[in-house]
Design a protein around this ligand. Structure first.
Ligand code: G2I
Length: 464
């Protein structure tokens, strides 16, 4: 018979290994002390992640620690706009794909970072403005989120859009100057492209109740009240030698709005308090049931953007620092997410909107008998995003086509979850392979973006 310790270790590894896209997290049947960060976090239904620079995946000291200790990764730079769309309309996914493969091979989830950010915009976007930039940014969100659909459990859809200081308002940028609704337009486009990813707003200097975090809080509350698809808020947590006494209370007030919270870029100034502060952050997350992941911004001190701050959990040789023990102890002492089957950290392929759940393939729906479609529009001067909901009639559908006539002078510039025939005048949108079959009364969504106005379009649905 195997000793009990070995059995527990096996259970723990199995849980950590299950934290991949498409799987539902199960709690370990017996509480045990995890001996690695990933095992300890997984036992509590959470991710413990690191920002990864893919160039370091060939360094064995680095990869040994990464694979042993972390069950989530964030691309430090590889999924940003400048990396993924270096010239307009030319998409490069090499670095991001490499990280996804590494994560999949090692039982890790992937946090996507970041679809839109005023920094690390490619040069061509930096020189754009107005409706041309708005179209370009929405296209970027659509393309990248579509590429990684089903492969990331969360996206930082918008990063660092709020100003520092006491205003509580937005930061000026060319993105912001396209109109104050740019953030919600981005979230709607991201949801349409990847209905299964948790969509997050991410920022720094939000580590307590302050003017900036309150500005974000008010935006999230507004989004929730108007049905803008936001699922989580990321708290970067680049910390100095102190931590706000209301760090946990701040997380909790966001969670109480009905969003998950995630610690997304944690690092802490070296010094006497480093281990305590890492522990305080971890305890705060564990005490908030909607705090689903903690990510540190790098693996070893010498991997950090903070240089001589020595701000991480491992020294340059991969040795654990006192801060590591502090985090591990806090993970092991913390509470699990109360009901991980209904509030998992990784719903991934379970879309937040059950209307987009594909039908059960074991009961193929009959053909014939109609469908209906409705459209919702997100418009700005010179462009729009249309989200179209297709609902099957009483006989279900094997496939569907939605026809819409665009106003004169308008055209379709990109489509997701459907195939468009034509781009102006009357455009026909036909299902793609995974969303044609709908059971009676079931719905799915597709979308497109266009130039010009989308006003007054009336969809007609034909089922096959
Ligand atoms: O600045 C720290 C973080 C703040 N929150 C958003 C994060 O995305 C951001 O990460 C850092 C990366 O850690 C750096 O690695 O973002 C920086 C860019 O603002 C990254 O630095 C850039 C350098 O500026 C570039 O010169 C360099 O080519 O890294 C690039 C790739 O090594």
């Amino acid at each position: 018979m195997r000793p009990k310790r070995a059995l527990l270790a096996t259970a723990t590894l199995a849980v950590a290994g299950a934290l991949t896209v498409g799987m539902t997290l199960a709690m370990a049947p017996v509480a045990s002390a995890g001996t690695t960060l990933r095992a300890a976090a997984a036992e509590k239904g959470r991710y413990f992640g690191a920002a990864v620079a893919t160039g370091k995946l060939s360094t064995s000291t680095y990869t040994t620690v990464l694979n042993r200790e972390f069950n989530s990764v964030t691309a430090e730079n590889e999924m940003k706009w400048d990396a993924t769309e270096p010239s307009q309309g030319r998409f490069v996914y090499t670095g991001g794909d490499r990280l996804v493969s590494h994560a999949q091979a090692n039982g890790m989830g992937v946090r996507g970072h970041a679809l839109l950010w005023h920094q690390q915009e490619p040069g061509w976007a930096q020189s754009m403005s107005g409706s041309a930039l708005r179209s370009a940014m929405i296209n970027h969100v659509t393309q990248v989120a579509t590429h990684y659909r089903g492969k990331v459990y969360a996206w930082d859809v918008v990063n660092e859009a709020f100003a520092d200081g006491g205003s509580g308002g937005r930061r000026d940028s060319n993105l912001q100057r396209t109109g104050n609704d740019w953030i919600e337009a981005a979230f709607r486009a991201a949801r349409a492209a990847d209905p299964g990813a948790k969509l997050c707003y991410n920022d720094y200097n939000t580590d307590g109740v302050n003017a900036k975090s309150t500005g974000i809080y008010n935006m999230v509350r507004d989004f929730k009240s108007r049905g803008v698809p936001i699922d989580c808020v990321g708290f970067q947590s680049h910390l100095g030698t102190t931590i706000a006494s209301d760090y946990q209370a701040n997380l909790q007030r966001f969670a109480d709005l009905g969003v998950d919270v995630q610690i997304t870029e944690l690092d802490v100034m070296t010094g006497g308090n480093q281990a305590n502060i890492f522990g305080t952050v971890t305890r705060a997350c564990m005490a908030v049931s909607r705090c689903t992941s903690i990510t540190v911004w790098g693996v070893r001190d010498c991997d950090s953007w903070r240089g001589s701050d020595n701000a991480l959990l491992f020294d340059c040789n991969g040795n654990k620092k006192p801060a590591y023990d502090s985090v591990l102890n806090a993970l092991n002492a913390g509470s699990g997410i109360p009901n991980p089957t209904t509030t998992p950290p990784n719903p991934t392929t379970t879309p937040p909107n059950p209307t987009t759940t594909p039908p059960n393939p074991t009961t193929p729906p009959p053909g014939g008998s109609g469908c209906s479609a409705s459209v919702s529009l997100n418009s700005w001067t010179g462009g729009f995003v249309a989200t179209v909901k297709v609902t099957a009639g009483s006989s279900g559908t094997r496939g569907w086509t939605v026809s819409m006539t665009l106003p004169s002078g308008s055209s379709v510039t990109g489509t997701w979850s459907a195939t468009a025939s034509g781009s102006s005048g009357t455009v026909r949108f036909t299902n793609v392979d995974y969303n044609g079959a709908l059971g009676a009364g079931q719905s799915t969504e597709f979308g497109f973006q266009g130039n010009g106005s989308g006003a007054g379009m009336t969809p007609t649905c034909t089922a096959s």
